[in-house]
Write a protein that binds this ligand. Structure first.
Ligand SMILES: [Cu+2]
Length: 66
C-alpha cells in the first residue's frame, strides 16, 4: 500500500471536494481518500497515479503529484 499526495487544480467549493473524493474512491485499489480545499488530496491504496489522474480528469480536474 502506498500513499500519494496530489495537487488538484480546478476545485473551488465543497461540491468539488465531494466530486473529487467520489471519483478517487471509485478507482480500483483505492482504500482511503482525503480531499481538502484549496487543492490537495491524500490517497492511500494500491493504485497508479495515472488511474487517479484519469478519474479526476473525467470530473474536470487536473492532478499532479505534490
Ligand atoms: Cu465546486
Amino acid at each position: 500500500m502506498t500513499e500519494m499526495q496530489l495537487k488538484i487544480e480546478g476545485m473551488t467549493c465543497e461540491h468539488c471536494v465531494r466530486a473529487a473524493s467520489q471519483a478517487l474512491r471509485a478507482v480500483p485499489g483505492v482504500q482511503q481518500v482525503e480531499v481538502k480545499l484549496p487543492d490537495s488530496a491524500t490517497v492511500q491504496g494500491d493504485t497508479q497515479l495515472a488511474d487517479l489522474q484519469a478519474a479526476l480528469a473525467e470530473e474536470g480536474y487536473k492532478a499532479s503529484l505534490r
